[in-house]
Design a protein around this ligand. Structure first.
Ligand SMILES: *Cc1c(COP(=O)(O)O)cnc(C)c1O
Length: 322
């Protein structure tokens, strides 16, 4: 196998337990929230781990458990040059004693950006894939070729979004219910592939609501993805989905994926000054902007208890020099 990674990353003692501490639930206080008479809590998944926290860890967890059970020694996955998933997979692979290979969209640019140089420092082997080829990342033919070239690797899709990812995201709700006992009416997340939203929708009751704030243009496509994930998890088909307990907000993408403007940046700055923690520009900044917009416009009736998930992604801010 020509591409077998060196054993350099094996000097780390691999962690045997995939249990990390629950993330804290933090209540926010402000005039705006008081005026709307809503309670807002933030599930601080960004604090789970400094390098692989956030929803990328939620999505990796059961994949890594499965990969270990099946005795895979190498993870292979896909992502762009600033991908939170590439970053988290590289860090988690090192932490848990896997080799890792990243198939990176586009050409190599040197010096490597902070995301890719971090991934490389974790021992991840980087391979660059042109955009046409990268689009085949879900196609069985291409994945077969990859296995021929790299051996029997554990394949993780882009963003880490698959059936096992949903299971990890469902745990966010179990943690809130079991550990903190906090009641809530609405749970919010930022959405890219829709896997996190699907996991939340699976785990809440029919009288609760999960709202995904789309980080990309074209939320209609996202709805289809969420339905696909719900069906693949086996629950969509058997459960009564006539009462849909999730929705997607499509108006807060700021022009599209990873597009930002002054309004968003100044919101993020003000948010950090007021509440004392940082947001990322690609996902959580847009979610909180959208959520505050809804709260201010009276979208939620008085007494509504809302939880918003801080899904991490702060490493990506370096891509905007933030
Ligand atoms: C990837 C990511 C998301 C999107 O999650 P999906 O499951 O793909 O919808 C949200 N927030 C952050 C910080 C992310 O890195």
């Amino acid at each position: 196998m020509p591409h077998t990674p060196s054993s350099a990353n094996k000097v780390f003692q691999p962690a045997s337990s995939t249990e990390l501490a629950d993330s804290p639930l933090q209540q926010l206080h402000s005039q705006l929230l008081d005026d709307a008479a809503v309670e807002l809590y933030v599930k601080r998944d960004d604090l789970i781990h400094p390098q692989f926290g956030g929803n990328k860890w939620r999505k990796l967890k059961y994949n890594l458990i499965h990969a270990r059970e099946k005795q895979y020694d190498t993870l292979l996955t896909f992502g762009g040059a600033w991908s939170n998933h590439i970053y988290a997979t590289a860090a988690a692979a090192r932490h848990f004693g896997f080799n890792s290979i990243g198939m990176i969209r586009g050409e190599e640019h040197t010096p490597l950006n902070t995301t890719l140089s971090f991934a490389k420092s974790c021992g991840m082997q980087l391979h660059y894939v042109d955009r046409a080829r990268y689009r085949q990342k879900h196609q069985p033919e291409y994945l077969k070729k990859i296995k021929q070239e790299f051996g029997d690797v554990y394949l993780l899709p882009e963003g880490g979004s698959n059936e096992l990812a949903l299971k990890g995201c469902e745990e966010i709700i179990h943690e809130i219910n079991d550990e903190s006992g906090q009641k809530f009416d609405v749970i919010c997340c930022a959405s890219g592939t829709g896997a996190t939203l699907a996991g939340l929708a699976n785990a809440i009751t029919d009288s609760q609501l999960a709202i995904g704030f789309s980080a990309l243009k074209g939320g209609a496509f996202l709805s289809h993805e969420v339905i696909k994930y719900l069906n693949s998890s086996g629950l969509g088909a058997s459960t009564d989905r006539s009462k849909k307990n999730w929705q997607i907000e499509q108006d807060f993408h700021f022009g599209g994926y990873a597009k930002i403007d002054e309004e968003l940046l100044s919101f993020m700055k003000q948010f950090q000054a007021q509440y004392g923690f940082e947001l990322d520009a690609v996902y959580t900044g847009k979610m909180f902007f959208g959520l505050f917009h809804l709260i201010e416009s009276g979208y939620f009736k008085p007494g509504t208890i809302i939880i918003a998930i801080h899904s991490g992604g702060l490493q990506g801010n370096k891509g905007f020099n933030l």
